[in-house]
Ligand binder design. Structure first.
Ligand code: ADP
Ligand code: ZN
Length: 435
């Protein structure tokens, strides 16, 4: 039987959700127009006033806001309440350029934690569960978000933060943690360490994991589920929209329900900005309709995915998003071909390799080069040089089929590629150093 944290809203009719969004959007546009001069200017440039926004049908009239705007307005230019109303900040991991700082009122924090609580319950969490939070605590939203969600459900929460992997496993055993929350790359590392310590999934009590904050493939999910003996659920969010819990997976494990009472999602063509019909792939855009301190309207996430309102077996009615393949800025253009790291990951795991890899892009004599470093697994250890060369070639061919270009594959010794305790760094683009 499916459990819900807030059944009435999670399973509300489409009409109810639309009516709620209409009313909240109208109020939010007024709030932002009156309190954020930066966005008011963008609206004036576009010739839109709050009176023009009568329902979600008018959403497309509003200007977009992008990461560049966040940088321009850094640090407080998009704040919509006096600083004295705020109780906390979080900040992006700063993967790309200047940090973004997001502000929260106490009300914002409560709603954010409720969103995370829905994710915990959707992953099977109840007050009897023991939730090990191994996302980083601090400025990063992962630790704080899942910690808050776990508290709301009434679970016993282990605020481990990331790192010290053997201690994570020790606590997991001693306190019989049932749900693990961390990045998927860290979950894979914990699984590997468990095995290295001579333990198996039977030696721990985990039943589920809530993993997100970075792209991961279905192959990676299966890998983690096997190594930890759990069901692995995806969770999505970004600092600009509070953090994790914007969307989360249910028992169907095929796409994440977006908390539509708090966020309106759109998919646009990243080149033209035009709104695309449901089912088409494009850039995800979010409008926060309940956040007070840092309410972004039509924020361009640069994450590429698809939305669907098909009926879900779990009974929830909120729109679902597919796993983002990666951000548009994670996409590498190599000799004119678009390549996502997740495509390379898919091939590696399908071919029985571990998710420990590094992609290196460079430019030699004006030609882009693509090198993929992958670890040999222990059963390949005794392979001869000839066998290894054959494996490298086979992998390169499999990748050519998937990507349209064949990288040079290098099989390297086990454990020679750095493990991730947070967001994994998969790509080194040396071209940027030369430019
Ligand atoms: P940064 O932008 O510095 O990485 P954030 O921690 O705010 O800081 O990261 C948010 C981004 O992380 C999202 O825009 C998305 O690209 C990625 N992300 C978060 N959750 C997922 C997920 N479940 N699947 C794929 N990507 C995700
Ligand atoms: Zn569902």
């Amino acid at each position: 039987m499916e459990n819900y944290y807030q059944k009435e809203i999670e399973c509300a009719s489409r009409e109810e959700i639309k009516a709620l969004q209409d009313q909240r959007l109208v109020e939010q546009v007024k709030h932002v127009y009156e309190n954020v001069p930066y966005y008011r200017n963008l609206m004036e440039e576009k010739g839109v006033t709050p009176e023009d926004i009568k329902s979600t049908d008018d959403l497309h009239k509003l200007p977009f806001i992008s990461k560049a705007d966040l940088r321009d307005a850094y640090p407080t230019g998009l704040l919509a309440v006096p600083l004295s109303e705020c109780v906390e900040i979080h900040s992006t991991s700063g993967t790309t350029g200047r940090r973004v700082v997001a502000f929260y009122t106490q009300g914002d924090i409560d709603l954010w934690h409720e969103c995370c609580a829905r994710a915990v319950v959707a992953a099977g969490g109840t007050k009897d569960d023991i939730v090990q939070v191994a996302y980083g605590y601090g400025l990063f939203t992962g630790g704080a978000g899942l910690d808050g969600g776990s508290h709301k459900v009434g679970c016993m929460t282990l605020p481990m933060s990331s790192g010290n992997t053997e201690r994570q496993i020790q606590f997991m055993q001693d306190l019989k943690a049932t749900i693990l929350c961390c990045t998927p790359s860290y979950a894979a590392y914990i699984g590997e360490t468990l095995h290295d310590m001579g333990l198996s999934p039977e030696d721990i009590s985990l039943k589920a994991g809530i993993f997100g904050a970075e792209p991961w493939t279905e192959e990676m999910r299966r890998d983690i589920e096997k190594s930890l003996g759990i069901k692995a659920y995806d969770i999505y969010g970004l600092t600009e929209t509070s953090g994790p819990g914007v969307a989360y997976e249910c028992s169907a494990q095929n796409g994440m329900h977006i908390n539509e009472d708090h966020f309106i999602a759109e998919i646009i063509d990243p080149d033209t900005g035009e709104v695309l019909p449901e089912g088409e792939k494009g850039e995800l855009v979010f409008t926060s309709i309940t956040k007070k301190a840092f309410p972004l309207l039509r924020y361009r996430t640069r994450d590429i995915c698809v939305l669907t309102r098909e009926k879900c077996s779990c009974g929830r009615t909120h729109v679902k998003m597919t796993k983002p393949m990666g951000r548009s800025d994670d996409m590498m253009i190599i000799r004119g071909v678009n390549v996502f790291p997740s495509q390379i990951e898919t091939v590696l795991l399908e071919q029985g390799y571990s998710p420990n890899y590094l992609i290196e892009v460079d430019r030699v004599n004006n030609t882009d080069t693509l090198d993929v470093f992958v670890e040999l697994s222990s059963d390949m250890f005794s392979d001869t040089v000839k066998e290894i060369a054959k494996r490298e070639k086979d992998l390169s061919i499999a990748m050519r089929t998937m990507l349209g270009i064949g990288p040079k594959v290098h099989l390297v010794p086990a454990k020679s590629i750095a493990r991730s305790e947070g967001k994994a760094v998969r790509v080194v683009d040396k071209r940027k150093l030369h430019d």
